[in-house]
Design a protein. Structure first.
Ligand SMILES: [Fe+2]
Length: 392
């Protein structure tokens, strides 16, 4: 057996009703909390009021920061850190989706080090977070980006048109709350997008050069849970069984992502949504997955056969390698069931931007390419983008 390591320090509270413990968990890490959330849905659904009540009920003083947009920006992160400093907050609590959680993690770094977020994002002379990072508690309202279980915080740097990430063990949340009841108000389009993000984390980590037997088990479970539950969760948001299935998929993919990181699909998608900030992360990933599987399944037929099987499309009784070429079809069928069998043109990407996207991937998403098992040249990336352009 090849040597491998696995690490994840997050204390996970998962299951229906887990959100009730929010105040008690936060109180273990401070008496003044910054509550980070998005710009509307948590307030609209009453979840923000409930979070404030739970935190105050546990004796915390709460400052609300509800200015996080989708794809959080460096400006918003620095504004949040200033609120932390002014309010003397000791613990950062995120209640929301990936954007709120990533913003909270970046705010915890900046406030703890009294430094702007750019110090931790720039390509050269990058500062690394230390244990001065404030403690973070995450309760996710989507299934999901798995940010509640990872060492990553993705932040858009407006001036550079770049989406960069802080990657550090110091930004693992102390506590992750994954309560499927929090996801029932997630609209169908968002449910589909974030569910496909889970699928991408599962697939990319599965063929990553960083994969291990532990992450493989997480990946296969996550893929089959997504195939089984995502279409139902999109069709009926109130289906708590489907929501619970997707919550679990998110957890398995999160443990995998935190150890494997992402590969080429995320490597291409981050530049896409940096240039087109209105593009949802999952939709961007959806445009790329089929072309990658179509082109590269034969580089690792056993793994792509396992992907096909996890998605319910395999030749029973035959060696798994015989099903490898069906992986692309299985992914495409699942995307179609949730309304995301789409190409780059459908999300508004202009054809003359494909070379720029490939160049950006090569310049600042190297880490993702390095974990991709296939060596991909600039021409290969452009060809992949071309093949992902149109579904017709
Ligand atoms: Fe992702």
């Amino acid at each position: 057996m090849d040597e491998f390591t696995f690490f994840n320090p997050v204390r996970l509270f998962c299951g229906t009703g887990a959100f009730a413990g929010l105040g008690e968990h936060a109180a273990e890490h401070g008496s003044r909390a910054l509550l980070v959330t998005g710009r509307g849905s948590a307030r609209k659904t009453g979840l923000l009021d409930r979070a404030v009540a739970l935190l105050e009920g546990a004796g915390l003083h709460v400052t609300v920061f509800d200015r996080v947009p989708p794809n959080p920006t460096a400006t918003v992160v620095d504004a949040g850190a200033a609120v932390v400093r002014d309010g003397g907050c000791e613990v950062i609590v995120a209640v929301g989706g990936g954007s709120a959680m990533d913003a909270a993690k970046a705010i915890a770094v900046c406030a703890g080090h009294s430094a702007p977020v750019l110090d931790f994002l720039r390509a050269e002379d990058k500062r690394l977070p230390t244990d001065a990072t404030l403690p973070i508690i995450c309760a996710t309202t989507t299934s999901g980006t798995s940010s509640e279980l990872t060492r990553f915080a993705v932040v858009t740097v407006e001036d550079l048109t770049q989406k960069s990430a802080i990657a550090s063990d110091f930004i693992y949340p102390r506590v992750a709350i994954v309560d499927p009841e929090l996801t029932v108000t997630c609209p169908p389009g968002v449910t589909a997008n974030v569910g496909i993000d889970v699928l991408a984390h599962a697939i990319e980590g599965f063929f990553s050069t960083a994969a291990s037997p532990v992450t493989d088990a997480c990946a296969e479970r996550a893929m089959s849970l997504v195939a089984q539950h995502l279409p139902k969760a999109v069709a009926d948001g109130g289906d708590l069984d489907a929501r619970a299935g997707m919550s679990l998929a998110n957890v398995f993919a999160g443990f995998e992502l935190s150890n494997c990181g992402a590969t080429v699909l995320h490597g291409l998608e981050h530049p896409i949504s940096a240039h087109y900030p209105e593009v949802a992360h999952g939709a961007g990933l959806a445009t790329l997955m089929v072309a990658y599987a179509e082109r590269y399944w034969d580089r690792d037929p056993y793994r792509f056969g396992r992907i096909a099987k996890a998605l319910g499309r395999w030749v029973a009784g035959a060696p798994l390698e015989h099903s490898a070429e069906f992986a692309a079809d299985a992914i495409r069928a699942l995307l179609a069931r949730v309304g995301l069998d789409i190409g780059l043109e459908d999300i508004g990407v202009e054809r003359d931007m494909l070379e720029t996207i490939a160049d950006d991937t090569l310049s600042y998403m190297r880490g993702a390419l390095d974990k991709t098992p296939v060596e991909l040249s600039r021409d290969d990336l452009i060809e992949l983008l071309e093949a992902s352009y149109s579904r017709s």
